[in-house]
Write a protein that binds this ligand. Sequence first.
Ligand SMILES: C[S@@+](CC[C@H](N)C(=O)[O-])C[C@H]1O[C@@H](n2cnc3c(N)ncnc32)[C@H](O)[C@@H]1O
Ligand SMILES: Nc1nc2[nH]cc(C(=O)O)c2c(=O)[nH]1
Ligand code: SF4
Ligand SMILES: [Mg+2]
Length: 216
Amino acid sequence: MKVVEKFTSINGEGTRAGELAVFIRFKGCNLRCSYCDTMWANEPECPYKEETPEEILNYVLGTGIHNVTLTGGEPLLQKDIRDLIHLLLQAGLQVEIETNGAVDLAAFCEERPVFTMDYKLPSSGCEDHMITENMELLEKDDTVKFVSGSQEDLLKALELIRTYDLTNRCHVYLSPVFGSIEPVQIVEFMLKHRLNGVRLQIQMHKVIWDPDERGV
Ligand SMILES: C[S@@+](CC[C@H](N)C(=O)[O-])C[C@H]1O[C@@H](n2cnc3c(N)ncnc32)[C@H](O)[C@@H]1O
Ligand SMILES: Nc1nc2[nH]cc(C(=O)O)c2c(=O)[nH]1
Ligand code: SF4
Ligand SMILES: [Mg+2]
């Protein structure tokens, strides 16, 4: 598997935000979002270490941390990702996958990790790639995340939340494209549309550390 970084930190995003987590970041992505904060990991020349699922499991176990987040890049594109998910779950770890909404989740629903799935909104430039059928596969411990950079994005998120009754299906987060929309604009939007059951989330690690810092 193509690993570009491994680190321990607090999870800055999702339902386990604030808890310790181990991060495994994989190389390569099938999208190119306008705002991507880890585009470096998607570049063909990005250095990586080839590691087996067993090696990654041993690293995670060695940290003594029980939450593991697989991210990237797009982690579900790694050839051995199912083997890795299996090993991590068997070891009793809490496994979260950060995925971009452009990979069919049906293939990963048998032995189930927790999904934090983005729906890429218009300002990402990647909305055409969204597999909307994934919405139907999300369960109560999963999250759908709308990273929003404009009012147009927020209106699209609202439409999807209503169409798929998302707040009754899973966790729902609105998160600003870091630095490009004021969080208060999202709060005002939530109030205006009475978005009960939806949470605003700001990437905590970018507040704690320099927003461009890697490995945190
Ligand atoms: C770098 S992506 C990797 C996982 C997967 N490719 C995805 O897009 O979900 C991890 C998370 O960071 C979010 N993200 C990336 N750049 C961001 C930015 N500039 N502001 C806010 N969130 C961002 C993505 O939307 C995604 O939820
Ligand atoms: N601290 C921290 N928490 C995170 N949660 C999701 C991340 C990601 O890049 O997918 C991330 C990250 O890069 N750092
Ligand atoms: S899908 Fe994720 S990793 Fe890929 S470009 Fe978009 S934010 Fe970056
Ligand atoms: Mg990140």
